[in-house]
Design a protein around this ligand. Structure first.
Ligand SMILES: [Zn+2]
Length: 259
């Protein structure tokens, strides 16, 4: 089989082998390799006549809570039907091969965790950690994969013990990113030796600052992406291709390990 696998620069392998703290910053491209549609692409099928403002804002939830909860439960169902891909698995393995590794993700799924990663910093929240919209109490979802509401999209959100409604645990348009996660991500970017930006266009602020903070602090910035992105000029190296091929190859090249 003649596969066109990107060559991994020798300098990158050397930098990774001696790195003391690695940051892995992931975006939608990594989830897409598991078949999870990106945010925009998830507005298809039942949802194609909607736009983000109908579904992903605090105002949308106030206006039509069943519609919004139904969409997020549908997306959570899609995630739970998907599996971590070789990139998630290689990243989890990398954590056992370097002294310190911090995962920062823009993704709202749990694929890093299901691949075995812990302490993942979710900058945009998670589909799997809903909370009360009134008191903030975390809400435990029933185990298993949610079922599609019969004959439609609408689903009533659970009610908290305080009487408030449970809302999705994601960051909506018009909301701030979680302060603790963002602070920890910025700190890690400023302290690391090597930062990987994988499957992210790096355009959405304030998360887009993460690669530039690492670069300013003297770290090597490695982009792994099939296409050119806004991050190109921040990067020490850009490795073009699927993360699910490149990350396992990199692990093999640097540590002689398969994930
Ligand atoms: Zn409550």
């Amino acid at each position: 089989m003649n596969r066109n696998v990107a060559t991994i620069p020798q300098d990158l392998i050397a930098a990774l082998k001696k790195a003391k703290h690695v940051v892995v910053f992931t975006g939608a491209g990594v989830s897409a390799e598991s078949g999870i549609p990106t945010f925009r692409d998830s507005l298809t099928g039942l949802w194609e006549r909607f736009n983000a403002e109908d579904l992903a804002t605090p105002g949308a939830f106030r206006k039509d809570k069943e519609l919004v909860w139904g969409w997020y439960e549908w997306r959570r169902m899609k995630v739970l039907q998907a599996q971590p891909n070789p990139a998630h698995i290689a990243i989890a393995a990398l954590a056992t091969l370097v002294p310190k590794l911090t995962i920062v993700t823009q993704n709202v799924d749990d694929l890093h965790e299901r691949a075995g990663s812990t302490d993942v910093l979710h900058l945009h929240g998670s589909l799997h950690s809903p909370r009360c919209a009134t008191c903030g109490q975390a809400h435990i979802l029933p185990p298993g994969i949610p079922v599609e509401p019969e004959g439609g999209r609408r689903l009533s959100p659970p009610v908290c013990i305080c009487g408030g409604l449970v809302r999705p645990g994601v960051v909506w348009f018009g909301e701030d990113l979680p302060v603790r996660e963002l602070r920890q991500a910025f700190e890690a970017a400023q302290k690391c030796d090597v930062l990987f930006a994988i499957g992210t266009s790096g355009l959405v602020q304030p998360a887009a600052r993460i690669p530039s903070l690492a670069k300013q602090a003297g770290a090597c910035v490695v982009q792994v992406n099939p296409t050119s992105t806004g991050l190109d000029r921040e990067c020490t190296w850009s490795v073009r291709g699927a993360a699910g091929e490149i990350m396992p190859n990199l692990l093999q090249a640097a540590f002689g390990r398969t994930a």
